[in-house]
Design a protein around this ligand. Structure first.
Ligand code: SF4
Length: 364
């Protein structure tokens, strides 16, 4: 299996209230980030010679990068050759997408855009998501991506305070009506460290849907998209025509990937490490010739088994049956419709995927 290459672009014009990814709005640090990235690339160029099957520019907001920034970045990435038939994705915010940029992305070899439309309902864009873009920006960006023939994935967030199944279905209809052959749909969560989490704790934001409605919306997502030709291949990811995200599948299949940039994670098949979540500290460590790690770990065989169970329960392809012991509990989970036994594999049903973490604990 060829490895994947991830680059974390940690810049956003401002922080969204629900976001707990590492990002900063100090856009004047982009040059420092590019210089440090060049140093980090030199560190790995010999030990990770490639070719890489996938490239993923994630963030943050990679679409904020100017054409000149991208030119510099891709000069650095020349150290990491891509395989034939590679997949190369850029995450984009709708308000950043212009004709000039999509044409340039294509000229660089990028062939997939993961567009953070988040919603087709202005109410959610303005309130719980508090995004910079409008529904019109979504449509314009989708058309621009389609006009140059790049593959398109749409990112959604659902389960807003007051959202109904009917309204969510209408949003999914709009997603499926266009060029996109991939949809990611995540439940809105409010980690305590985010502005939304703090507002909810202080009682100044409307309460998010409870477990019952969230489950209904989750199951409805799969059903509505299935009617439009999309198959759920992971808890939150759907593809039609086989257009799965090959890069993200590497994470779930425990294949090797190298992550560059602050807060990026890497896995070499045995060890896993994460970079420091700070442009400054990451750049200082690289300049001093130190490894810019937040942590590095090697899992024991038992930890690997548990991870394989958890990851398998997130995927429609499931897991090898021999990873779990035969037990009354396993038979009950099959009988109750959480799992299906198919030859040598156990596959989660949508109901099982909904509680993949809980099932993993039961089967461990
Ligand atoms: S644009 Fe994306 S990465 Fe940036 S703050 Fe918003 S949700 Fe987070």
């Amino acid at each position: 299996m060829l490895p994947g290459l991830y680059v974390h672009v940690p810049f956003c014009s401002r922080k969204c209230p629900y976001c707990d990814f590492y990002s900063i709005s100090a856009l004047d640090s982009i040059d420092d980030w590019l210089r440090a990235l060049e140093k980090e690339a030199q560190v790995y160029a010999k030990t990770w010679p490639g070719p890489f099957e996938t490239l993923y520019l994630g963030g943050g907001s990679p679409s904020l990068l100017t054409i000149n920034d991208l030119k510099t970045l891709f000069e650095t990435l020349e150290k990491f050759p891509l395989a034939e038939n590679f997949e190369a994705t850029i995450e984009a915010n709708p308000e950043d997408v212009t004709e000039e940029k999509v044409k340039f992305w294509k000229s660089l070899g990028l062939n997939r855009v993961s567009l953070g439309v988040q919603s087709f309902n202005p109410q959610w864009l303005n309130t719980s998501l508090s995004r910079n873009h409008t529904v019109e920006d979504n449509k314009k960006a989708m058309d621009l991506v389609a006009s140059v023939g790049l593959n398109l994935s749409l990112d959604f967030i659902f389960a807003h305070a007051g959202q109904t199944p009917q309204e969510w279905t209408a949003e999914l209809d709009q997603a499926a009506a266009g060029w996109a052959d991939h949809v990611s749909a995540y439940v809105l969560t409010a980690s305590p460290t985010t502005a939304l989490g703090r507002a909810l704790a202080a009682g100044v934001a409307p309460r998010l849907p409870g477990e019952e409605l969230t489950s209904e919306l989750f199951l409805l997502t799969g059903e509505a998209l299935a009617m439009r030709g999309f198959e759920r291949y992971e808890v939150s990811n759907f593809a039609r025509g086989g257009a799965v995200c090959r890069h993200n599948l590497k994470y779930w299949h425990r294949e090797a990937y190298l992550g560059l940039g602050p807060s990026a994670h890497s896995f070499d098949g045995q060890k896993r490490w994460a970079n420091l979540s700070s442009v400054k500290r990451w750049a200082v460590a690289l300049a001093a010739g130190r490894q810019p790690y937040e942590f590095i770990e090697e899992l024991s065989p038992e930890q690997v088994r548990l991870e394989e169970i958890l990851l398998g329960l997130r995927l429609s392809e499931g897991l090898a049956k021999d990873l779990v012991k035969e037990s009354e509990r396993l038979s009950d989970l099959i009988k109750d419709g959480f799992l299906i036994e198919l030859g040598p594999r156990l596959k989660p049903t949508p109901k099982g995927m909904l509680m993949a973490d809980g099932l993993a604990r039961l089967l461990a």
